[in-house]
Ligand binder design. Structure first.
Ligand code: NAG
Ligand code: CA
Length: 155
């Protein structure tokens, strides 16, 4: 019995990467209040996720300089350890780690299947500089005509 429960638990919590479906994500982001948040349409939010993580909640990206990882980005929204979460590594010696962990989370919280905390954090990230901090958004979504981006979703 215990083994079955553990196996079930692993399936439910998602031992395999969990990939969101585009329209499913659009609905969830709308319910979470991201539509129009800081002036960005729902299409911009979904486009950002598409080009940052390909809808993969387990995505981890590394930023490297001179062969060394300088910071890492976590989850659907690729939230950066540079300032927003604690991965036990990025924050330099001498700096107060928590003062830079502005979402007050460990970075691994952003690669589980519950994205409620990711969304709360991303609302903080986007406040100062808008979506310009996301390279994928800048390259593939900014100044694009996103009128039809969610047209198949019947939102
Ligand atoms: C964006 O695309 C839609 C549908 O193709 C079109 O009706 C609209 O005029 C376009 N907007 C701009 C600003 O180009
Ligand atoms: Ca999470």
């Amino acid at each position: 019995m215990t083994k079955v429960l553990i196996l079930l638990g692993a399936l439910i919590t998602g031992a395999a990467p969990y990939i969101f479906e585009k329209c499913e994500l659009a609905r969830l982001l709308r319910r979470s209040g991201l539509e129009g948040y800081r002036g960005y349409s729902l299409a911009n939010w979904v486009c950002l996720v598409e080009h940052e993580s390909s809808y993969n909640t387990r995505m981890v990206g590394h930023n490297r300089r001179d062969g060394k990882t300088t910071s890492s980005d976590y989850g659907l929204f690729q939230i950066s350890s540079q300032g927003w979460c604690d991965n036990g590594r990025t924050q330099g010696r001498g700096s107060s780690r928590n003062s830079k962990n502005k979402c007050g989370k460990i970075c691994l919280d952003f690669i589980n299947d519950n994205i409620a905390d990711d969304i709360e954090c991303v609302k903080k990230v986007v406040l100062p500089q808008g979506m310009n901090v996301w390279y994928g958004w800048k390259k593939k979504c900014q100044r694009r005509n996103l009128t039809n981006f969610l047209k198949d979703c019947n939102l």
